[in-house]
Design a protein around this ligand. Sequence first.
Ligand SMILES: [Zn+2]
Ligand SMILES: [Zn+2]
Length: 148
Amino acid sequence: MFEHQQNIWLESLQKQGYRITNPLKIIVEIMASSDVILNPTQVFLLAKEKNSNIGLVTIYRSMEKLEQAGLIGRVHMPDGCQSFFHASNGHQHLIICEQCGKAEYFEGDDLNPLFNRTGEQFGYQITDHWLQLFGFCQKCKEINLNRK
Ligand SMILES: [Zn+2]
Ligand SMILES: [Zn+2]
């Protein structure tokens, strides 16, 4: 099922004029199938598990390419913005587990009245917003309960 996703990414990269190198292919494989957010160091370790000896610099460069191509997006965490997740499908927001990095997209803008009210209050014309939720996923909630 992930293979389908990978092929879509590779096609998109090709269409945008990127040369599909072996390292790029492996990084696409990792990022397109990940349900957790990943930083370049984590991708480096996962690539190693796949018996690939891609260097960290190549990983950084390839992830930049994927970001430029609109396939992955930078995720903002309280301790920095080093992690990436597959890009959203239109206007969506992320909910992220701060413990294991599991992430999901959700839709819905029940907060629009708040945004508009805030814009009016300060005399701004609101053109866009960015929203991300943090917490503990179902699994981590259970792990944390059992620890107590
Ligand atoms: Zn979790
Ligand atoms: Zn929104």
